[in-house]
Design a protein around this ligand. Structure first.
Ligand SMILES: C[S@@+](CC[C@H](N)C(=O)[O-])C[C@H]1O[C@@H](n2cnc3c(N)ncnc32)[C@H](O)[C@@H]1O
Length: 170
């Protein structure tokens, strides 16, 4: 019994170590997240205010949505990973922001994103490339897109090189 537990613990520990090097958009890579100062820089770069509707595609634990909601915006987070979905929901509930933010456990490729005034993404280039036709088809003219870390093949409006943030508009 003791050795079984040790074996399970070792396997879990190895999975934990592996998860750190898996790609950032994998549901098994929990360590790729936006920290609070970067979330604040994203909100500042996009000029987020009360009238904004923010869609965070692959919202993780909802750090950016929470920051935007504190500035008065409403938010929709779409997250495929059940664990992160629940972490996001619990964080939103404990911040009393459940009336401002809706989290959906869905694949963002299947969701209508046309209501967004600002899109937030922290995803690998391959996924960003796949999202481009969806952006072009569904987003209204003037919708802002902020990408953390990776650039998108759209016209760049502004950037924060220190934080690796890129702002585009459709
Ligand atoms: C790099 S993490 C970023 C998390 C969060 N946006 C942040 O900045 O802290 C990417 C997230 O996208 C989610 N994700 C990847 N592909 C997805 C998909 N097709 N639909 C919904 N979520 C997805 C992953 O589960 C992961 O939580």
């Amino acid at each position: 019994m003791f050795f079984d537990l040790v074996f399970i613990f070792v396997i879990l520990f190895l999975l934990f170590l592996l998860s750190m090097v898996w790609p950032p958009d994998s549901p098994w890579a929990p360590w790729w997240r936006t920290d609070k100062p970067t979330a604040e820089a994203i909100c500042k770069l996009a000029g987020i205010g009360k009238k904004d509707i923010i869609y965070d595609l692959g919202c993780g634990d909802a750090e950016v949505l929470i920051c935007a909601a504190k500035l008065g915006a409403t938010g929709v987070g779409i997250e495929i990973d059940p664990l992160r979905y629940w972490v996001a929901r619990l964080r939103i509930l404990s911040s009393n922001l459940d009336k401002k933010i809706n989290i959906k456990r869905k694949n963002f490729f299947d969701e209508d994103i046309s209501k967004a005034s600002v899109i937030i993404v922290y995803l690998v280039p391959k996924t960003l490339e796949k999202l481009l036709p969806k952006f072009r088809k569904e987003l209204k003219k003037g919708t802002k897109i902020v990408s953390f870390r990776y650039e998108i093949d759209l016209n760049l409006k502004k950037k924060d090189p220190g934080k690796k943030l890129y702002l585009y508009t459709i």
